[in-house]
Ligand binder design. Structure first.
Ligand SMILES: Cc1cc2nc3c(=O)[nH]c(=O)nc-3n(C[C@H](O)[C@H](O)[C@H](O)COP(=O)(O)OP(=O)(O)OC[C@H]3O[C@@H](n4cnc5c(N)ncnc54)[C@H](O)[C@@H]3O)c2cc1C
Length: 408
């Protein structure tokens, strides 16, 4: 006999999107369950954890959850550039600490967290709308009924797939990473490594986590390349090319692997009684494939919209639309533009990458950060596209400007 639970809102997936949605919904006065298939929150790490200090502060994430970065180094086969800032604007998160803090915040707001509970199916009413989910827990079959379900299952989009609303992402990034201790670590400097030998359709990275620990990883764009990121990472670490050599002796601590959608914001994200958020909604910046800040931000928006709808007694698609309207207004144009730059980058040869670094060299730290974050403000883009002293820089920003009529 299956155990049966009834909630106002059920959030499936205890990643940053799910915990943030559950937190905000419960804060707004409804009864919420957060369901996670792993034994503890963030048991497996599937991300490198780079994000931005401004967002960290905005979310209230504690200072001991991240390592600040202020030097941004790039290398291509025959070029190298470091953009140095006076203060840190980027950060590498302690992923477990941060994700557990987010879930703890939800719990403190009254959310019931179900761990080791894997959801397999959506339950529909006779109109075909979702009214619950079912799966297995450590005690056997389990069923949750709710007025709204949030699909925060990440890349797998389990609920939306079972509803028949989405299919597997066609374009995505596959990433493999080792967290290692190293002999020589500059904890304020990250490295992005581009060109065929690092990744034929992506990039490799060194992200310092603090003390003598760094994450060395490789991301490969699929279906553009068939290379296995784990194999390529092993090759890079064995041959110690480029900045990996500077790390000296390396001792692996832990291996991470994950997939991230790269199909742009192509999905509809609200249906009757259902919201998709975070990776299940494709909310990722394609330039560096980062999605944590969007997962937290739009997780909170989803939670708030869900609570308002539930309290009003109407939970259909139109009642949930304010969530989709918010993210569309804020990031749709920017992500479209970032996709154009990504398309340009994916096609570059090694020689072209060497030249692209010459353009990046020309950017001031704040220009570089806006660019890499896909924070393409129209005024700023026009300024760079028309007034920058270097023609190549003007050309790069013209690409962003001309392809992006929707930016604000
Ligand atoms: C290699 C790699 C590196 C990355 N690096 C960065 C980076 O540096 N910075 C950045 O911002 N972003 C990065 N990302 C992207 C980032 O990790 C995601 O955008 C972010 O994790 C999305 O959060 P989410 O909550 O939507 O999904 P997830 O973090 O994937 O969380 C989903 C949760 O749902 C649970 N779950 C899944 N299915 C079920 C089910 N059926 N039942 C119950 N629970 C379920 C999972 O166990 C998981 O805990 C990277 C991604 C990869 C793959």
């Amino acid at each position: 006999m299956a155990s049966e639970y009834h909630y106002d809102l059920v959030v499936v997936g205890g990643g940053p999107a799910g915990s943030s949605a559950a937190f905000e919904a419960s804060k707004n006065g409804i009864k919420v369950a957060l369901i996670e298939k792993e034994e503890i929150i963030a048991q497996s790490v599937r991300t490198s954890g780079v994000t931005w200090i401004q967002n960290i502060k905005e979310f209230g994430i504690p200072d001991d959850c991240y390592n600040p970065i202020k030097n941004y180094s790039f290398c291509s086969p025959n070029n190298e550039v470091t953009i140095s800032d006076t203060v840190s604007h980027a950060a590498v998160l302690d992923v477990r600490k941060t994700y557990r803090w987010l879930a703890e915040q939800a719990k403190n707001e009254g959310v019931d967290i179900f761990l080791k509970t894997s959801i397999k199916n959506a339950i529909k009413n006779k109109e075909g709308d979702i009214i619950g989910v079912s799966g297995t827990s450590k005690d056997g079959e389990i069923i949750f009924y709710a007025k709204i379900i949030i699909d925060a299952t990440g890349f797998s989009s389990t609920i939306s797939k079972d509803m028949g609303f989405v299919t597997q992402w066609e374009r995505f990034g596959a990433g493999a990473e080792y967290e290692v201790s190293a002999e020589n670590v500059d904890s304020e400097t990250w490295w992005l490594m581009v060109g065929q030998k690092y990744s034929p359709s992506g990039y490799a990275w060194i992200f310092p986590v603090g003390r003598n620990i760094v994450r060395i990883g490789v991301g490969i764009g699929k279906p553009e390349s068939s290379i296995d990121p784990t194999e390529r990472l092993k090759e890079l670490m064995d041959s110690k090319i480029g900045p990996i050599k500077k790390l000296g002796k390396i001792t692996p601590i832990e291996f991470h692997y994950g997939l991230i959608p790269n199909d742009g914001l192509s999905r509809k994200t609200v249906y009757n009684n259902l919201i998709l958020v975070g990776d299940s909604a494709g909310q990722a910046n394609p330039l560096v494939l980062e999605g944590i800040r969007y997962a937290i931000k739009y997780g909170r928006v989803a939670g708030k919209v869900a609570a308002t709808a539930i309290k009003s007694g109407i939970t259909n698609e139109s009642a949930l639309y304010p969530y989709e309207e918010t993210w569309k207004k804020e990031i749709q144009g920017k992500i479209k533009s970032a996709g154009k730059v990504q398309d340009r980058w994916i096609g570059l040869t090694d020689e072209e990458w060497d030249k692209e670094l010459e353009i990046i060299k020309e950017l001031r730290p704040e220009e570089f950060l806006d660019f890499i974050k896909a924070e393409f403000g129209l005024a700023n883009m026009i300024k760079l596209a028309t007034h920058h002293p270097k023609l190549a820089v003007r050309q790069l920003f013209n690409l962003v400007k001309s392809k992006n009529k929707g930016i604000t």
